[in-house]
Write a protein that binds this ligand. Structure first.
Ligand SMILES: *[C@@H]1O[C@H](CO)[C@@H](O)[C@H](O)[C@H]1NC(C)=O
Ligand SMILES: *[C@@H]1O[C@H](CO)[C@@H](O)[C@H](O)[C@H]1NC(C)=O
Ligand SMILES: *[C@@H]1O[C@H](CO)[C@@H](O)[C@H](O)[C@H]1NC(C)=O
Ligand SMILES: *[C@@H]1O[C@H](CO)[C@@H](O)[C@H](O)[C@H]1NC(C)=O
Ligand SMILES: *[C@@H]1O[C@H](CO)[C@@H](O)[C@H](O)[C@H]1NC(C)=O
Ligand SMILES: *[C@@H]1O[C@H](CO)[C@@H](O)[C@H](O)[C@H]1NC(C)=O
Length: 307
């Protein structure tokens, strides 16, 4: 009753203020993301309905058939986190997987943006960054350990950052590779934990700061082709992009702000880091058509470095 009244008020306000855009249905977008996660759990796509005529599936920045990718495996989801953008009718989901449902190794860390048409909320884009053995600083077990200790719960209403602040913060951070003054525009927080692949900047380290390993060369090729999903209720913004300076690596960065400052950063980057130990488990049978992007002439060490 209460929420229905609120709904009616919002509708009345909407009528009075026609410039205020209607919000996309959070419940619907969230439940579509749930169905998407179910599709990974079952390795079946039948539960995804309301797909737009112009539907596109993109995996690691390449348009492909949804049936040719990661969905061929039924995965046991160890960690899942979703945010919803009620202005752009989109969601972002982070998944951490170590095994498939048969218990075979299936190490994946996945970042997925899903976009819906504002009218009928049909889904017109599923856009994934899928990292696995061989990706930048990859170790799904470790990523899981760190991520599951973090607190990404709803932010109290009065303390939520604005969309603009979230976008400015994420852009400033991602601009640091190509813009010398961007570092001063990042709302650095303390403590701040960056989970970059499987490498963590804290807690436990003396610094516990997201400034560790940020680029010192600010004249590199930019992080381009940015796609955003913004959810102030979780203080979070997801950006998928291309790290041009890293052999055009497809990349996912998610930021969480608390009290207006950076608190957490999670990154997934499809570049080879030389971080692999010889005994790291290979993922279960690599699905047809699926290719891990092996970066170009990269020879990075194992250090904490975003550059
Ligand atoms: C939002 O979506 C949910 C789930 O599909 C549905 O039950 C609800 O009626 C929708 N709300 C509005 C206002 O359309
Ligand atoms: C598909 O349609 C949606 C709107 O319904 C539009 O925003 C989107 O850009 C279209 N995508 C393509 C690839 O044409
Ligand atoms: C999680 O973070 C929120 C927002 O900062 C805070 O209100 C809440 O107390 C935290 N919960 C725990 C268990 O630390
Ligand atoms: C560099 O970053 C600063 C701070 O965010 C911004 O004001 C400026 O416009 C940026 N310059 C370019 C060329 O993007
Ligand atoms: C990423 O995808 C966009 C859109 O399809 C395309 O324009 C761009 O060239 C791609 N970048 C790379 C490095 O593949
Ligand atoms: C990945 O991390 C787990 C947990 O810390 C560790 O036991 C394992 O040895 C790591 N694997 C590799 C290949 O480094």
């Amino acid at each position: 009753m209460h929420s229905r009244l609120l709904g009616a008020c919002a509708a009345a306000l909407g009528a009075l203020l026609p410039t205020v855009a209607a919000e996309c249905n959070r419940t619907y977008i969230q439940s579509f993301a749930d169905e998407y996660v179910k599709a990974h759990e079952t390795g079946q796509l039948y539960n995804l309905d309301n797909i737009a005529d112009n539907f596109t599936y993109v995996e690691n920045n390449k348009t492909s058939e949804i049936t040719s990718g990661i969905f061929l495996n039924a995965l046991k989801i160890d960690h899942r986190h979703t945010i919803v953008d009620t202005v752009d009718c989109a969601s972002f989901t982070e998944l951490i997987v170590t095994h498939n449902v048969s218990g075979e190794p299936a190490p994946y860390v996945i970042g997925t943006q899903i976009r819906h048409s504002p009218g009928d909320l049909s889904c017109y884009l599923i856009d994934l960054i899928v990292s696995t053995t061989g990706s930048w600083l990859f170790n799904a077990t470790k990523t899981l350990e760190y991520a599951s200790k973090e607190n990404w719960t709803l932010i109290e209403e009065a303390k939520r950052p604005s969309r603009e602040l979230l976008k400015t913060a994420a852009d400033a951070y991602l601009d640091m590779w190509s813009n010398k003054s961007a570092i001063d525009a990042v709302p650095w927080g303390q403590p701040c934990d960056r989970l970059e692949g499987s490498v963590y900047t804290g807690p436990g380290l003396p610094t516990d700061s997201c400034k560790v390993g940020i680029p010192t060369n600010n004249n590199q090729a930019p992080n381009s082709h940015r796609r955003y999903v913004i959810d102030p209720t979780y203080g979070s913004i997801s950006v998928l992009c291309i790290f041009e300076h890293l052999s055009n690596a497809p990349d996912s960065h998610e930021f969480r702000l608390e009290n207006g400052k950076l608190r957490y950063i999670h990154t997934i980057t499809l570049a080879r880091s030389g971080f692999l130990a010889a005994d790291e488990p290979e993922p279960a049978p690599v699905p047809r058509g699926y290719r891990v992007r092996r970066g170009g002439a990269l020879s990075r060490g194992t250090g904490l470095s975003e550059s």
